[in-house]
Structures are given as structure tokens and as C-alpha cells.
Ligand binder design. Structure first.
Ligand SMILES: [Zn+2]
Length: 175
């Protein structure tokens, strides 16, 4: 199998989103370079750990290059939903981050989960070249999307925390 290798350099837009019912949601990472759009499958937990990783990574960059401005995390929800139809190229296994200081660009490297019996050399890889603010907005929005997926309480309709939920409809009894 020829290895699929793509560079979106630079992305004009990058986002993540979840589609489907609560509890059955499927998460996507989607980047575009002008008219070209690449969609990949991602797990919620991968978005959450990417969010932690990106913040650490950006802090390190700012330490190393103190003259750089701080990346913004601002996004407009209206443009952060994935473009339909989604046609994912592959499911992401490993995610890496890199920095090109000359162009002040962060690269998000998404590697395909290797098929059974296949080494990493046969898998696809997509590199999304972003501004620091684009990747920071991506993960801030991603955490928001991940949090929205908490199951809703059948009594009151509020999201339930994994450790339990004090339900106003049950006079604060945990269930
Ligand atoms: Zn409740």
C-alpha cells in the first residue's frame, strides 16, 4: 500500500467537532487549505490530551522566543463546525507537534492507526501547518465540544459528571 502523505501548508482553517447523539458521538479533526479539505477521525480523549499538549508546547515556544506575542485562543463557534459531508481519510493513531521558528508555524502531525499486522511505515500521515493562534483556538473549542458530550440527566436534562450528579429535580439527591 502506498503511504498517504499530505501537507496542508498552511491551513486556512482547522477545527474539530462531534457528530451524533450524546454517548454515540464521533469526533473529527478537519483542516482546510482553501478549497481542499481533509477530515480525520479522532477520539475525544485524544482531543483532551492534545489540548494539554498544545498549551505546554506554546508555553515552551514563548519561553524560547520571548519576543513572540501570545497566541490567542479566540474562535467563533459559527465557523468551528465541520463542513459536511465528512469523508474521513483515516483514524488518527499518534499526534505530534512541531514548530518552525522561521515561519512561526506550528505543525500538527496526525498519523494513521496502523492496520493489523502493518508497521507504522505503511500508514498515512497528514501535517496541518497552523498559526499558534489557530491551534490554540482549535484545542479550546475541542475541549468545549468534548465537555458538551457529557450524558444528560433523564430527570432534569442537565449534564452529569462522571462522579455523579446532584439533581435539582430529586432535591439534590445524587444519582
Ligand atoms: Zn438531574
Amino acid at each position: 500500500m502506498p503511504k498517504l502523505e499530505l501537507d496542508l501548508n498552511p491551513v486556512t482553517h482547522i477545527t474539530t467537532d462531534a457528530l451524533g447523539k450524546p454517548g454515540e458521538r464521533v469526533f473529527y479533526l478537519q483542516g482546510s487549505q482553501n478549497e481542499r479539505t481533509v477530515t480525520l477521525l479522532i477520539e475525544k480523549v485524544q482531543i483532551q490530551s492534545l489540548a494539554v499538549g498544545v498549551e505546554q508546547f506554546l508555553a515552551e515556544i514563548n519561553q524560547k522566543f520571548p519576543d513572540l506575542n501570545e497566541a490567542t485562543a479566540e474562535y467563533s463557534e459559527a465557523v468551528m463546525h465541520v463542513t459536511l459531508p465528512v469523508d474521513p481519510l483515516f483514524r488518527i493513531g499518534e499526534i505530534g507537534l512541531g514548530y518552525d521558528a522561521d515561519n512561526d508555524q506550528v505543525v500538527l502531525v496526525a498519523r494513521e492507526v496502523p492496520a493489523e499486522g502493518e508497521g507504522a511505515e505503511g500508514t498515512g500521515v497528514v501535517r496541518f501547518w497552523c498559526t499558534r493562534s489557530q491551534i490554540r483556538a482549535l484545542v479550546h473549542w475541542g475541549v468545549e465540544v468534548a465537555n458538551r458530550g457529557r450524558p444528560l440527566c433523564p430527570q432534569c436534562g442537565e449534564p452529569m459528571e462522571p462522579e455523579g450528579h446532584f439533581c435539582p429535580k430529586k432535591n439534590g439527591h445524587k444519582h
